[in-house]
Design a protein around this ligand. Structure first.
Ligand code: ANZ
Ligand code: ZN
Length: 866
């Protein structure tokens, strides 16, 4: 219900895809085509928003996301595409389990309630969503296929188990998710200092696809460069070499990974990661106690803490020495926190002269610093003697390096690597930062991993016919002790499907990122109970033509989805190798924020007078700024409130008008009002047209005013089509709509057929943005069929042509006057016209013309002989 001009009108429009399909089927039958969508040759468009986590409340970020895809979907439909615009729920995850612990409500019940609430909220936005395709990742008919996919990966050797650390709460005796550990490393529940514990867990071998994932970024022309760069850095490909350093007095050696083999002669020490298994083997006994203390101190630090640039580099000597195989020098071996155990070989050759961290470490530990690379323009005589003040990290010319002296770094890298290879002390190596994906979660509310552990057979896949492995229902949630699944004896104990002996179910569930790595495929055939999807259907719809969502998913979600798509392509289940052709990362919705800088507290909007923002409890003047809407900052605007007051159309118009979709949007109630007033103007315009039209006159020959109006209408069609086609500039499109409405308002002859064309065009152009009011007015105009089943207007190029143009007359490049000419004027005709005009006569009198320059429809310039 919307309140327009004090009249309450009920505007109802439910999008019914079946209605559209029925209309098309008629067309196909007459064209002799197959009448199922996927077999028709109709052009498709797949518009997708990142599906929400059902927290229970729709926020403005959601609204913006779904309105953007909805406008695109509606626009494409009007253009004649068959459009897929689905919605679903990313419904597994920790909050449901926390609700169970806190309120005793089952995760399933909690989730279902939230979904119902959010679905209802979404429906008030007027989104043209195909609800028949709705999916919910926590429902067994969805997660059956998640498990099926897991087993595909497992059988392809891409799912495996190995030991990995988890966060362990020693008081509650339970595993914690990363989100449950605060920044200082304490448990959210018990407050205990969280420890690291080794557990056998499941991984997906995404690293097998590292190169593929990296190289194919180039094919994603419709993705923001920034997102591609983030993915590239995450994959982190480094070219370098492994080099082996023999350990003194033993047969063994330590292998290091380096991207700078050209600096091999500058190595003055070697560092192992503290967890490197070599440490206990090679350290000398008198150092063991100190090593133990050191490891205890740093073992619980996160990777970020360990590699932070601003901290002193902690490390100790462990008593061992290695030999540099290139020059026979003996060098000491350290352990240090900045060397990570699971990157490269977990060992680094220290080159303090050419690496910042090594430089710092060498200074702190009084280790020698040896220069082996100098800049190309380096003056040896002047500076050679003075001690280095900082590392020289660039490439350059090699010195102090025997046979490699004088080489450029790039050549020396190759030469050193080749030498290493020839002498069996190393080889070229490509290293990725990307690690395998740890998918095990010791939680209840996730997709069960469909594996049985048998003491005879090892890990056994559950046969496809027994899927899904359903989550048991009667579970108690305490947040303490082993995971809820692990404590359910009757669920855990089973017989081995292979040999029949007693066996145990896997009790880990999957990371919820798995659920969202393939949901866009399931939408294409969401109710299929026989297969994950029909190949005809998935191949018709894929790839997603336009994906829209938050930039916070720029790395993991998108990378995992790309990985799954590539895997499924390799399995010949789908034809595409990239899931999302175009990606739009929408900006944040920001609210006005009041903060007391003295107390650091945020003050709720309703406690502040915007004219005079002071803290009601202290009287301090408040800092006022815009920031992403969030509960903790009390700066959110509830979509329900706005919808209740102005209706969905106004909210949609405001969101689209206020900022381009990829930019942040500052919420402003006066701008919301502005859009409301605009829609009211459209309402009045159309209603008065309906009332005042008596007898629509279609002139054979248009009057000048009609011609001008027609040209204007078609210019707007052209501009808005461009705005929507290229880069989705909705904000300028809305501005054009406002212009058109103003021009129509000023037009006097309401019985002109061109005026009528203008009104009809305005409504159709407006319909993707404000679907309710445009539908209502459309029917008021007398049309039976929905406005959303109409065709997007096409530009009449003839109407764009001006009859007359104003041409600037110049002499020697200086403007002397103007002249009116028919738009179709030829150069010769123009010259004649000008010569006969007053200005022309005056200008050309007694001058000798050297050259005439004409810019058609714009300008004529006479150049004279001097
Ligand atoms: C010697 C050297 C000399 C290095 C020099 C750099 C500059 P990226 O580019 O990120 O791959 N490194 C190797 N393994 C490591 C580990 N497990 N933990 C921490 N650092 C490690 O970085 C590769 C460089 O990072 C390697 O090249 C190594 O230091 C270090 F002038 O080797 B370099
Ligand atoms: Zn068995």
């Amino acid at each position: 219900m919307i309140n327009f001009n004090d009249k309450e009108i009920v505007v109802e429009f439910q999008y019914k895809p079946a209605e559209i399909e029925k209309k098309w089927q008629q067309e196909w039958i007459t064209q002799g085509l197959d009448k199922t969508l996927e077999n028709s040759r109709r052009q498709k468009f797949y518009a997708l928003s990142m599906f929400p986590y059902p927290s229970g409340n729709l926020h403005m970020g959601h609204v913006r996301n779904y309105v953007i895809t909805d406008v695109i979907a509606r626009f494409k439909r009007l253009q004649g595409y068959s459009v897929l615009h689905p919605m679903g729920w990313d419904a597994f995850g920790l909050p449901a389990e926390n609700a169970a612990i806190d309120n005793g409500i089952s995760p399933e019940e909690w989730t279902k309630k939230n979904i119902a609430k959010m679905r209802q909220q979404l429906q008030t936005l007027g989104l043209s969503i195909d609800w028949e395709r709705e999916i919910t990742t926590c429902s067994p008919d969805y997660y059956k296929w998640t498990q099926w996919l897991f087993l595909k990966l497992y059988r392809a050797g891409l799912a495996y188990q190995k030991e990995a650390t988890v966060n362990w709460d020693p008081i509650d005796q339970t595993v914690l998710a990363n989100e449950q550990v605060d920044a200082e490393g304490y448990s959210w529940r018990s407050g205990a200092k969280v420890e690291k514990k080794l557990l056998c867990q499941w991984f997906l071998k995404i690293t097998d696809y590292a190169d593929h994932l990296l190289n194919d970024l180039d094919t994603l022309k419709g993705w923001p460069e920034s997102v591609k760069l983030m993915q590239e850095n995450w994959i982190g490909k480094s070219l370098g070499a492994y080099i082996k350093f023999p350990i003194k007095d033993t047969e063994e050696s330590i292998s290091v990974f380096t991207t700078r083999p050209d600096t091999i002669h500058g190595v003055t020490y070697l560092v192992l990661a503290p967890e490197n298994p070599l440490v206990p083997k090679i350290s000398k006994s008198e150092y063991k106690e100190k090593i133990k203390e050191f490891i205890e101190e740093i073992i619980n630090e996160s990777e970020i803490e360990r590699t932070a640039d601003n901290k002193p580099l902690k490390g100790i000597f462990i008593g061992a020495k290695v030999i540099n195989p290139f020059n026979g020098e003996e060098i000491p071996v350290f352990i240090a926190s900045y060397v990570l155990v699971d990157y490269g070989t977990g060992a680094v050759m220290g080159v303090p002269a050419h690496d910042n961290r090594d430089f710092k470490f060498a200074k702190e530990n009084q280790l020698p610093i040896k220069v082996v690379v100098i800049p190309k323009d380096f003056d040896l005589k002047e500076t050679a003697q003075s001690p280095l003040e900082e590392a020289y990290v660039d490439t350059g010319i090699i010195v102090n390096s025997k046979q490699f002296n004088g080489m450029l770094s790039e050549d020396a890298k190759a030469a050193v690597t080749e030498y290493a290879k020839k002498n069996s002390i190393g080889e070229a190596k490509i290293q990725y930062r990307l690690r395998d994906w740890l998918i095990s979660r010791q939680r209840y509310w996730g997709c069960p991993i469909p594996i049985i552990h048998c003491s005879n057979c090892g890990s056994v896949a559950i046969p496809d016919s027994n899927l899904p492995v359903e989550l048991p229902k009667d579970v108690e949630f305490t947040g303490r002790g082993s995971s809820p699944l692990a404590s359910l004896e009757e669920w855990v104990n089973v017989t081995c499907p292979n040999c029949g002996s007693p066996a145990k179910r896997e009790t880990d569930t999957m990371d919820t990122f798995i659920d969202s790595s393939w949901y866009y495929l399931r939408y294409t055939d969401s109710t299929n109970s026989q297969e994950i999807f029909n190949s005809n259907k998935v191949n018709y719809w894929m790839p997603v033509d336009q994906y829209v969502g938050g930039v916070e998913h720029a790395i993991l979600h998108l990378l995992y989805s790309r990985f799954f798509t590539k895997f499924l392509k390799d399995q010949k289940l789908i034809d595409v190798s990239e899931p999302f052709q175009n990606l739009l990362t929408q900006g944040m919705v920001q609210g006005i924020t009041y903060k007391n800088l003295k107390t650091g507290k945020y003050i709720p909007l309703n406690q502040v007078n915007p004219e005079n923002p002071i803290d009601p409890s202290t009287g301090d003047v408040l800092e006022v700024f815009y920031e992403k809407m969030s509960k903790s900052k009390y700066n959110g605007v509830d979509p329900q409130e706005v919808l209740g007051k102005y209706g969905a159309d106004t909210a949609r118009m405001f969101i689209l008008f206020k900022a381009p979709p990829e930019k942040d949007l500052e919420w402003s109630s006066s701008d919301v009002e502005g859009q409301f007033r605009f829609l009211n103007r459209v309402w009045r315009l159309v209603r008065s047209h309906i009332k005042n039209r008596v007898n629509i006159v279609k002139n054979e020959i248009l009057t000048k005013d009609e011609k001008d109006l027609k040209r204007f209408i078609h210019t707007i069609i052209k501009d808005i089509s461009q705005d929507l086609e290229e880069n989705y500039q909705f904000n300028t499109a809305v501005a054009e709509l406002m212009k058109l409405s103003n021009i129509l308002n000023d037009f006097k002859d309401v019985n002109s057929s061109i005026y009528q064309e203008g009104v009809v065009t305005l409504l159709i152009l407006l319909s993707p943005f404000a679907p309710h009011i445009s539908e209502e007015l459309w029917h008021n105009l007398g049309y039976k069929e929905s406005i959303h089943l109409q065709k997007w207007p096409t530009v009449n190029n003839e109407a764009l042509i001006l009859d007359e143009v104003t041409i600037v007359i110049q002499a020697m490049g200086k403007t002397k006057g103007t002249i009116q000419a028919p738009a179709s004027v030829t150069n010769d005709e123009l010259e004649k016209l000008v010569r006969n005009s007053e200005t022309g006569k005056r200008l050309l009198d007694k001058r000798e013309i050297k050259k005439i320059i004409i810019v058609p429809q714009k300008l004529i310039n006479f150049v004279f002989v001097k």
